[in-house]
Design a protein around this ligand. Structure first.
Ligand SMILES: [Zn+2]
Length: 270
């Protein structure tokens, strides 16, 4: 089941007749539908509302705001046509888009196979992960931040260098290496000075995290911490990043303990 029911390959649709929440339009999801959350204004109800027609691309900021990361990522990957002709329903399982019994039988067999497959439980774990992220006891802005960070779409210096926006990608905190997100939040010596005050610091130290997604997966799915401790860890990441932005814009640099206390104070107020 790899193709979409409607937006497929060199897709040539405009999304004006497809409803965001009910229509089958996203490939790689077993139902072809987005699932969660549905907190949109009535003005954003059709797929066409998600498209930036001036620039012939998806409105990425909007996608990030309203969909779960794996959904936003999938939608961003859907090709759009320059011509935006009308939508049409096609049968995704044959190359010519025409329904056949034989192809339908194949789909049923594949679904049966999938039911006994480990990938199903991987999918269930993934859903549980995003659900936990969504329910974290942190302010909404931090939840959104964690979601974007898990997709690695926050503008770190390493990301900006890759897009030729910046010439250098060196971490301004330590000057030692490239500023990836995982470096900034965990590997950097200055970040460690902040983490040292966190009560579960010793549990984190021996673990190698390749990305923020790795880090967040550990915190939410593997560490078996209380919800307060998980929330504190994610808030610390947010505070580290906020502090880095403030310093970059001329704010005063705080030491590790001060950054930690600020985070703790914010969490107590929440
Ligand atoms: Zn650094």
């Amino acid at each position: 089941m790899t193709n979409a029911v409607i937006m497929r390959d060199d897709s040539t649709q405009n999304g004006q007749r497809i409803r965001i929440w009910d229509g089958p339009w996203v490939p790689n999801f077993s139902s072809y539908r987005v699932v969660y959350p549905r907190t949109l204004s009535p003005q954003v109800s059709m797929v066409s509302h998600l498209i930036d027609y001036d620039n012939n691309c998806w409105n990425v900021d909007l996608l990030i705001r309203i969909f779960l990361p794996f959904e936003a990522e999938n939608i961003c990957g859907l090709p759009l046509s320059n011509r935006f002709p009308d939508d049409k329903l096609i049968w995704a399982e044959t190359s010519n888009g025409v329904f056949s019994i034989r192809s339908a039988y194949k789909v049923v067999m594949e679904l049966d196979k999938d039911a006994n497959n480990a990938s199903v439980s991987d999918g269930a774990n993934m859903r549980m992960f995003w659900r936990k992220l969504w329910k974290m006891q942190v302010p909404q802005k931090i939840r959104h931040f964690a979601w974007r960070a898990a997709c690695d779409i926050l503008p770190t210096k390493a990301n900006l260098r890759l897009r030729h926006v910046l010439m250098d990608n060196v971490c301004e905190e330590c000057g030692a290496t490239a500023e990836t997100f995982i470096h900034l939040l965990w590997e950097c010596q200055r970040a460690r000075e902040t983490w040292a005050s966190f009560k579960n610091f010793r549990i984190l130290v021996p673990t190698h995290f390749r990305s923020f997604m790795d880090f967040l997966w550990f915190v939410l799915m593997e560490a078996d911490w209380s919800s307060e401790d998980s929330a504190m860890a994610v808030s610390l990441v947010w505070t580290l990043r906020t502090h880095r932005n403030e310093v970059r814009h001329g704010g005063m640099r705080k030491n590790g303990k001060q950054v930690f206390l600020r985070c703790q104070h914010n969490m107590e107020e929440y």
